[in-house]
Each structure stands twice: as C-alpha cells, then as structure tokens.
Write a protein of this length. Structure first.
Length: 276
C-alpha cells in the first residue's frame, strides 16, 4: 500500500482556508488509493488525517512523538506509532513513498530538509517532494541565489534539445518534473516536445490547469495532445486545477474528444499508474 507523508504546522486554525485545503488534499489522496501519514498533531496534520479518514479511516495514520503540549494524537488517526525522539520519527517517515510539504514552521522545514538530504546522499531512493504554498517559493529563490550560485547545491534543471531548439524544464529532479500549465500549453510547442519530455520524466506535476473555453481552445488542444502522449507512455501525474476533473469545461469543438482526456487524466492520477 502506497503511503504519502503530509507535513505541516500544528498551529493552523481549523476555520482557516489552509485547514480546509489540506483536508481536501488528504481526502483526494485517500480517494486515489494512498494512505496519508502525518505527525498526528493538531492543525494541518489533523486536517490531512480528517480528509483521509472521511474516505476510509484505515487510510489515516501518524508517526507521533511525545511532547508535553501534545499528549494524544488527533481524533482522525486510525493507527499510529509514538516515538521518543525526532530522529527515529523522521527516519520512519522516510519509508513513505511520497512527501507533500504544506506551509509550516521550523518543524515542517526540518522534516522537508531531512527527506531532501536522505535522497541527495542516496540513503533512500528517489521520491517526490511536493511543496505546496507560496512560502516555499521564497525558499526556492534563496536556495538558487545562495546555494546553487555559490556551488553548494547542484542546479537540477533539465535542458532538452528538440530539433535544434532548447526546451528548459525549470523544476526537474531525477525524473520528477513540475510544470505550470502555461509552460506546456501556452507556448508554441507540440507533440515532438511532449514525447521528449515523456522520455526523461517518470512522474510529472502539472499545476494551474484553467477552465477551457473558445478563447483558449488552442491551449486545450495542446493539453489533449500532451495527455494522449503521457497516457501512451504510462507517465503518472499529479495535477491541480481550478475545478475538479469532472467539472472541467471544454470549448464546444473539442467537447467530445475532451471526455476521453478526462478519462485518461483519472487513470494517470490514480494509484494504478503510480510507479514511484
């Protein structure tokens, strides 16, 4: 059974937009066949467990730690382990198959940094680390300006040469790539580019998929082509969009073929296709 660790703050207000968003994230993970693992505390951790438990209680787990101000795990946890120290707890987290980092404080940063380090030194196999939220963009900028520019961290961009043209994958690490929708479908690129991307990627994240209509039908056509190629190559996906998949609209001319695209998106984002 595949497990995804969701890291985040214990201080997130249950009435906040962040809590609701992470609850939805936990639910979506469980619906896709994943078991959600958190630190078992309140805040964002509780939200993720709550979302997973709403689908199937047995898909909500925790790696907890003894703290004087957190005596028990949150009520939405089905199974958990209590650790005496942070090191054994984080080491256990590393056994998960993927990691999602939501906004948080020092504890969240520590969790993300340790997993990143374990992957970097090949202590564990390559696994996706997905950072959610604007705050992590600032960290990314700092890493690039201070660590990459000074040679302390390798630049993991991937440059592809396609018929003499250079196509740059800005967010790439050992077969895992993250794109904004506009990078893939708003530029003058096509099937040859998508085939080349599929050849070097084993997992792709596509963010900010828009609502389609007659004004962006060219972008929609490129998106259809992209998904057809990724489907043929069996490349698993994680996506974010303004609406749920079954609510995504289509331009009238592409409505019939887009139904097939939606069906393929469901398959590519399901546990069946996740080979990480």
């Amino acid at each position: 059974m595949k497990k995804v660790a969701i890291f985040g703050s214990s201080r997130t207000d249950p009435d906040s937009k962040l809590y609701a968003a992470v609850e939805k994230l936990g639910k979506r993970c469980a619906q896709s066949g994943w078991t959600v693992v958190t630190g078992g505390g309140p805040g964002t951790m509780e939200a993720a467990n709550k979302g997973a438990a709403s689908v199937d209680l047995t898909r909500s787990e925790a790696e907890a730690i003894y703290l004087p101000f957190e005596e028990a795990v949150n009520q939405y946890v089905y199974d958990y382990t209590k650790h005496d120290d942070f090191f054994t707890r984080l080491d256990t987290f590393s056994n998960c198959d993927a990691f999602i980092v939501t906004p948080g404080g020092i504890g969240t940063l520590l969790e993300m940094a340790m997993i990143y380090q374990l992957i970097q030194v090949n202590h564990i196999e390559q696994k996706p680390i997905i950072c959610v939220g604007r705050m992590w963009r600032t960290l990314k900028t700092w890493l690039e300006d201070e660590m990459v520019d000074n040679g302390f961290l390798s630049n993991k961009e991937m440059n592809l040469i396609i018929k003499g043209r250079k196509f740059n994958i800005k967010n790439y690490f050992n077969g895992i790539a993250r794109f904004d929708f506009k990078e893939l479908c708003s530029k003058n690129i096509g099937a040859e580019d998508y085939i080349k991307i599929a050849e070097v990627c084993s997992f792709i994240v596509i963010e900010n998929i828009p609502i389609f209509n007659i004004d962006n039908s060219n972008q929609q056509q490129r998106f259809i082509t992209l998904i057809d190629i990724l489907y043929e190559k069996n490349i698993p996906l994680m996506i974010s969009s303004q609406l749920q998949l079954d609510l995504l609209s289509s331009s009238e001319d592409l409505k019939k073929i887009f139904k097939r695209t939606i069906s393929r998106l469901y398959e590519l984002t399901s546990i069946k296709y996740n080979k990480l």
